[in-house]
Design a protein around this ligand. Structure first.
Ligand code: PMT
Length: 396
């Protein structure tokens, strides 16, 4: 989603400056171009050569250097940028920006650019909590700068508290969000993701291979597009997406309860979770001992959450998934009608690159009028975007 975008990264003089190297790598992986402005203090912590090598562009430090023969550096950089990210942002740069100073290249570009400005603070806890720094951040926020909350934990100065550079993945998410059109603003979307676990003793359960990637992609992209997102997720190893209301659950019954609790406020529900259809009828209080001979488990049906929501739709848009291993379209069509859905996203788990665990999926989107949109192999983030494009049309 950042492909072709120009990111201007301002690096200022704090110990977290070393993390800017990794941040550049994350940006570059998305296909965007990165140019770096370093303050003089930043060069005490990390060399311009490192950032130049990683970004593949010259690093800018001087106010009066000339680029493209005649363009003045600060104007050219300010105009070219799609976003200015300042990471790490010290108390000093925040103070200078809040005062409207322009005494070096970075502060000058920050004043000259019309691009969104994202400030990622990193400093000692006492400095971060200092009333003047707080006031400066509030002032910048009121003037349209986007300020991320600093992370918490152990700081380089051996204290514990807030003041760490925000997580690099969260910075990347925030940049992607800033550069995404907010065409789902005002919409409240409930997404389910991941597998469910159906225990039969304290240490064992029945589950499936869902990693949660498809559902998390939907939650992340919907949030970037301005929707208020509630993500109800079975157990996964994925990081919690920033900016979403996250509700972890384990079993199908827990997922049902959470969905029903949050249904009232949702304009749309997207059920990508792989909910176990059956659960063991009993759960032993203690670990079941190994005995000779087979162990017989009796399973009972779990509630079909999606079908239940379909019965009380009340004007909300309902999108289901169909995970099939045969007769993809026929089975998906039957589920679309039976569960009273607006759209169903069908994927064939036997197809390579589709379904469980992979970063990609191959889906067909079926609607009630009999339309079938066939999508090629795509990254799950792109698939999520295409599903949300269809969802947006339904809102109209
Ligand atoms: O998580 P990943 O590794 O990224 O994999 C993605 C995925 C394969 C899990 C996803 O793309 C997908 O297909 N999700 C739906 C899985 C599923 O349970 O399909 P189903 O055909 O069994 O169910 C149909 C629909 O009813 C689904 O929307 C499901 O969430 C819902 N359902 C099913 C059973 C049940 N008891 N309650 C439900 O709400």
């Amino acid at each position: 989603m950042l492909k072709g975008k120009h990111i201007l990264l301002g690096v200022t003089g704090g110990i977290a400056a070393y993390k800017s190297a990794e941040l550049i790598r994350l940006f570059i992986k998305t296909g965007c171009s990165v140019k770096v402005i370093m303050t003089r203090h930043a060069t005490e912590f990390i060399t311009p050569l490192t950032l130049q090598t990683l970004s593949g562009n010259p690093v800018f430090m001087d106010m009066f250097s000339l680029i493209r023969d005649h363009d003045i550096a600060h104007i050219a950089l300010a105009e070219e940028a799609d976003v200015l990210v300042i990471a790490p942002a010290t108390a000093n740069i925040i103070g200078k920006m809040a005062a409207g100073l322009a005494d070096d290249l970075l502060t000058t570009v920050a004043l000259a650019t019309k691009a969104p400005v994202l400030i990622c603070p990193a400093m000692n806890t006492n400095m971060y909590e200092n009333a003047i720094v707080r006031e400066n951040m509030r002032k910048l926020a009121s003037r349209g700068c986007h300020i991320m909350a600093a992370g918490e934990g152990e700081l380089a100065c051996k204290t514990e508290g807030s003041g760490r550079l925000p997580d690099l993945q969260d910075i990347l998410d925030e940049v992607q969000s800033l550069l995404t059109e907010k065409d789902l603003a005002g919409k409240r979307i409930l997404v389910t993701a991941g597998p469910t676990r159906e225990p039969f003793d304290p240490v064992r359960f029945i589950t499936n291979y869902s990693s949660g990637k498809m559902g998390y992609a939907l939650a992340i992209v919907a949030r970037r597009r301005g929707a208020a997102v509630t993500l109800i997720s079975g157990p996964t190893v994925l990081p919690v997406p920033s900016g979403v209301d996250f509700i972890p659950v384990s079993s199908a019954l827990e997922m049902r309860e959470a969905v029903m609790q949050h249904l009232k406020t949702a304009d749309m529900v997207i059920k990508s979770a792989a909910v176990a259809d059956f659960r063991p009828s009993t759960r032993a209080d203690d670990k079941i001992k190994k005995k000779s001979g087979p162990l017989t488990l009796t399973l009972e049906r779990n509630p079909d959450i999606l079908a239940e929501i379909g019965k009380k739709k009340e004007g909300r848009i309902l999108i289901g998934f169909a995970m099939e291993s045969e007769d993809l379209v026929e089975n998906a069509k039957a589920k679309l009608m039976k569960k009273n859905l607006d759209l169903i996203v069908a994927n064939d788990v036997k197809q390579s690159g589709a379904g469980f665990q992979t970063d990609t999926n191959i889906v067909k989107i079926l609607d009630r009028a009999g339309g079938i949109e066939e999508l090629p192999l795509m990254d799950k983030m792109e698939v999520a975007g295409r599903i949300l494009d269809r969802a947006k049309q339904l809102f109209k």
